[in-house]
Unconditional design. Structure first.
Length: 641
């Protein structure tokens, strides 16, 4: 064997292989996977399980069709991607495949008899005449939905694994009875107490602060009071001629534009109709018969499998996602009910209730809009011409002011603004975001290049001045600072008064006498229960104090009208006969929550164990859409860990 390797190493084939490996190292670094480019790439990988691009597209389309049925309107792949739904679906499927791979290796494998039993329970596979399972119909239905027997069996097997594992966890979880008893006992416990409110009237007005106190307040709150850095800039605006909005447009251009856009300007025919989609043709036929007999779509759907109708109001043919349904609906007359229409998912019955005929566009009806469109284009062309003239003047050595004067542009100075685009009064500055970003890239007296603000708008920025961050002077903030200082001092004095009165009660004085000496009204309540009604009636501060202390203890704390001082006089435990059923309900609920969390943790742990991961970029490529634009609600998905 060694001699064979030695002879191969001396051959020309070995030299050729070394050249290939060397090229791979130069191009790809230390990676030796020179065949990775021809290997299939997976959108999802989880141990022995994986989903490639075409399969992911099929699965995602099924999920989209399900959403369409629930929403009762067409939903495009682009819409779902914009709402980040593809990422959520991708992560969910990654966790599921990770769990299924782990479960299979662990030994959670449903028998073939269970899968066959489930298949033979699906109504679509039964002969409508004999009422028996029909193997030929089984094959036919699967073919219509681009399924194979192996695919449906694998899918049902995975459902069994997930359902049986979840059922086992939920069945096996038994929370100790004491857990429910503790919660029920606490919830149904009642307390007796007395309390009174400490209000601002008991401490009198707070003296006006001195300058020294306000200066100390500024120092103590420097982080909140520090004025941010402001920048002052001038902007060169490139605008069209004043008469651009009213300029005359030659008739030849109007006619030429109309001929170019005639089809898009025409109003298509629309129809108002309702559809009901049933899983079998027999159910769809019953719905069609019920509609023809005068039943409402809602009643017909409810009587035949609780199917919810989908309403389409003034819908053009292009907005109907199911081609077969569109063809049927736009070939019917008002009031007509279709036969069962076989679509990609199930059988659909449609009833047309209204038709709004389309009409072609005319030159006169479109003239005003076309003129505005052409004027807008001309205005943008004028602006771009000024931009080119400005850049030419600068390239010839002219200063910014000289170039602006030469082309007839104008310079305006905008108010000071912060890095997040706010004026000194805290209001957002109504300027393009590129202006704010550019200002923070320039030094004082720096000038930017021409910047495209979008929609045919351009500008040049000159940074005139920089006001560094600093604390405000006392005179600048005296009025609001005095108000804030007074509010803080009032709260401090009120808290001190409440502590002083609570201390007297703790020292043994009767709470009624202490309340009377402070001019407060004593409130006495018995059998208070800790619930939403008590919180609304008494306030959160009173309830927290009453149920936060033991019998005979004094409480003090913030309340709605100031501070509360009170005493817990007695504690009544929950009545066992009333608390027992509540305790059992709470125990069951805790068990369900615990089991749900356990199942979720299992999915996460299994995904980590199988090194489940996904590729959002490949998912978008498989769906045939581009990545969402920056600033949209979509966020990139992290692969499952």
């Amino acid at each position: 064997m060694i001699s064979v390797f030695r002879n191969f190493a001396k051959s020309k084939w070995a030299a050729g292989l070394l050249v290939i490996v060397g090229i791979a190292l130069l191009v790809g670094g230390a990676k030796l996977d020179v065949f990775s480019g021809i290997m299939p790439k997976h959108v999802i990988s989880a141990g022995a399980r994986s989903v490639d691009g075409p399969q992911f597209r099929v699965d995602f389309d099924r999920a989209r069709e399900s959403i369409q049925e629930r929403a009762g309107r067409p939903v495009s792949t682009e819409e779902m991607v914009k709402e980040n739904m593809h990422v959520r679906y991708l992560d969910q499927r990654t966790r599921e495949l990770g769990f299924l791979d782990w479960a299979w290796k662990t030994g959670i494998r449903p028998g073939s008899a269970l899968v066959i039993k489930q298949i033979r329970a699906i109504p679509a596979f039964f002969n409508s005449v004999t009422g028996q399972f029909d193997e030929q119909q089984y094959q036919s239905v699967l073919a219509e939905k681009n399924y194979t027997p192996a695919m449906i069996e694998a899918e049902l097997r995975d459902q069994y694994v997930t359902q049986h594992y979840g059922a086992a966890v939920f069945t096996g979880v038994r929370m100790p009875r004491v857990f429910g008893a503790l919660l029920a006992g606490r919830a149904m416990e009642t307390r007796d107490g007395r309390w009174f409110m400490v209000t601002p009237s008991m401490i009198g007005p707070t003296p006006a602060p001195t300058d020294a106190q306000l200066q100390t307040f500024i120092t103590d709150n420097a982080a909140q009071l520090r004025r941010p850095e402001f920048r002052i800039a001038s902007v060169v605006l490139f605008t069209a001629a004043p008469n651009a909005a009213t300029a005359a447009i030659p008739e030849s251009r109007i006619v030429e534009r109309f001929n170019f856009k005639k089809d898009s300007l025409s109003v298509p025919e629309t129809r108002t109709f309702v559809t009901l989609t049933a899983p079998t043709k027999a159910a769809a036929d019953k719905i069609a018969a019920a509609l023809r007999a005068g039943q409402t779509p809602a009643d017909a759907g409810k009587a035949n499998g609780d199917i919810r109708p989908a309403d389409f109001n003034n819908t053009p043919r292009s907005a109907v996602s199911e081609p077969a349904v569109a063809a049927a609906v736009f070939g019917m007359s008002p009031g007509q009910v279709s036969d069962a229409i076989q679509g990609r998912v199930g059988f659909t019955v449609a009833k047309v209730t209204g038709i709004a005929p389309g009409h072609p566009a005319t030159l006169e009806s479109s003239r005003a809009a076309l003129i505005e469109e052409l004027r807008a284009e001309d205005a943008k062309a004028q602006v771009f011409s000024k931009v080119e003239q400005y850049e030419k003047a600068r390239s010839e050595g002219k200063t910014l002011d000289q170039a602006v004067a030469a082309i007839g542009a104008r310079i305006i100075q905008i108010p000071p603004f912060t890095q997040d685009g706010k004026a000194p009064n805290g209001q957002a500055l109504p300027v393009p975001p590129q202006l704010i970003t550019t200002a923070w890239t320039l030094s004082k007296n720096g000038e930017s290049d021409v910047i495209d603000a979008g929609q045919g708008q351009y500008f040049v920025l000159r940074l005139d001045d920089i006001k560094p961050a600093a604390l405000p002077t006392l005179e600048e903030v005296r009025a609001p600072l005095t108000q804030a200082w007074t509010q803080r001092e009032n709260a401090r004095r009120l808290s001190a008064k409440a502590d002083e009165l609570a201390g007297r009660v703790r020292s043994g004085q009767d709470i009624a006498a202490v309340a009377s000496s402070a001019g407060a009204t004593l409130v006495t309540r018995g059998s208070v229960q800790q619930n939403e009604q008590a919180q609304t009636e008494l306030g959160e501060g009173v309830l927290q104090g009453l149920f936060g202390q033991g019998k005979g203890q004094v409480f003090s704390g913030p309340a709605q009208a100031g501070f509360v001082v009170g005493r817990v006089d007695n504690i009544h435990p929950a009545v066992a006969a009333l608390a027992a059923p509540v305790a059992e309900q709470l125990r069951l609920r805790m068990g369900q929550n615990f089991a749900q969390a356990a199942v979720e943790q299992t999915f996460d742990a299994a995904a980590r164990r199988t090194k489940a991961k996904n590729d959002p970029a490949l998912a978008l490529q498989a769906l045939g859409v581009s990545a969402p634009a920056a600033g949209s609600t979509t966020t990139p998905a992290a692969p499952a860990q």
